[in-house]
Design a protein around this ligand. Sequence first.
Ligand code: PRT
Ligand code: ZN
Length: 302
Amino acid sequence: MPVTSAPNRLRLAVQKSGRLSTDSLELLASCGIRVKSPKERLLLHSDNFPIDLLFVRDDDIPQLVMDGVCDLGIVGTNVLEEAALERRTQGSASGYLVERPLDFGGCRLAIALPEEKPYASAKDLQGLRIATSYPQLTKRFLAEQKISAEVVYLSGSVEIAPRLGLAEVICDLVASGSTLEANKLRAVETIFKSTAVLLRSTHQLPAEKTHTLEILLRRIDGVQKAAGAKYIMLHAPKTALAEIKKLLPGSENPTVLPLAGDESKVALHAVCSEAVFWETMESLKKAGASSILVLPIEKMML
Ligand code: PRT
Ligand code: ZN
């Protein structure tokens, strides 16, 4: 039975179960998009926003978007770039637009080899076997470096390939590095840096969907801006105001209010677009500020 949704509703592909699933759904929730009983079905309709979610394996997301089956998808650029290269080699259409980089799913695709194996430069990979789930990205790197090496495709557990004698080297995703360490491997080259993105089909959207997409993007921008931002409130002597303003990270035009019962001081409120560290607070204090409060911001629309 074909998966159907109303023609005026956006269709977004998200990973059904894996590293991107929770963050993808949390992003949508932060955008005020409600989805009931997530992941129990293939297709879910939001009941308060004209969007339907299709839950699939992350590897299927680029194809679904490039073929226009879904208008949007949330996927890592590692999977996206690999799929785009693969489709290009097959002569299939590989168009897509990255609407927004997202602040989760960060990792890198790295060449790693047994700890004891010496390595000076990419030339040392010449003639070796490299096990990977990303053959296209690996081959591109080898071609750029003018290295001839055999690429051995493995769909998972790439890190055990050297111990099994399947390959001398691996090319796999690394986040913290603990998997490599546990398998006595060391990363020697980063060939691709990845993050999750919101991607969009190049197929033309009808006006209604375009309007919905604009609202969604505005909300994502609001959530992402707010994520690093803080609202700061403090009291300051009027004479120290100029210096204190300079110390506030990434703030524009703070609000300055009179303080009841103290003519020499003012209250200052500001939105700081960058992180406020203890060091900043200590500098503010030194400059004469007192009663310093740093508050989180949930959403922001400028
Ligand atoms: O079932 P499905 O196909 O949907 O899921 P999957 O098993 O293919 O993917 P999943 O859920 O593991 O990862 C989804 C996406 O998360 C990836 O495509 C990346 O964009 C992103 N991501 C971020 C990662 C990692 N970090 C990551 N650390 N994907 C995989 N890993 C693996 C890596 O392959 C290695 O085995 O974690 C291990 C290394 O982690 P560290 O922290 O030990 O370095
Ligand atoms: Zn996958």
